[in-house]
Design a protein around this ligand. Structure first.
Ligand SMILES: [Zn+2]
Length: 136
């Protein structure tokens, strides 16, 4: 039986990070339907979870592997940007008394600088350009 499934899945995309995320969202949507909800809300949740279920199976069984890989790659890039944003905000809060964060005007990267009041020149570690920084 296991070999038959493996032979049937030959050439198909299978599971990836995006499909696992979609599965978690599907399970959360399904779990919310256990609670007493308004009929319209319940109907919307059922439609959403059914659509998600169809999409999960579509991606799992798809033979268009380059397209599914591109979807997963863009999902991973989006997830990485969100993680970096959360990490940056957490670190800004954690080091707010000892450091300041400034954005490089050339490349836009956030630079962590020691909180020393006055006018300074800062060199960006990413692009190498230097710019004026005023810290109060
Ligand atoms: Zn820069």
């Amino acid at each position: 039986m296991k070999q038959k499934i493996a032979a049937w899945m030959q050439g198909r995309y299978g599971a990836d990070a995006l499909s696992r995320f979609m599965l978690v969202v599907y399970l959360i949507l399904s779990a919310t339907q256990l609670f007493p909800l308004h009929t319209v809300v319940r109907l919307i949740l059922q439609i959403l979870s059914a659509t998600l279920c169809v999409l999960i199976f579509f991606r799992l069984l798809s033979r268009n592997i380059p397209k599914r890989t591109a979807e997963n790659t863009s999902y991973l890039a989006c997830r990485r940007r969100i993680k970096e944003g959360v990490l940056l905000r957490r670190n800004r809060w954690r080091y707010r008394k000892t450091h300041v964060y400034r954005k490089c005007p050339h490349c836009g990267v956030q630079i962590k600088l020691p909180r020393v009041s006055g006018e300074h020149r800062c060199a960006c570690p990413k692009c190498g350009d230097s710019f004026a920084v005023s810290i109060r």
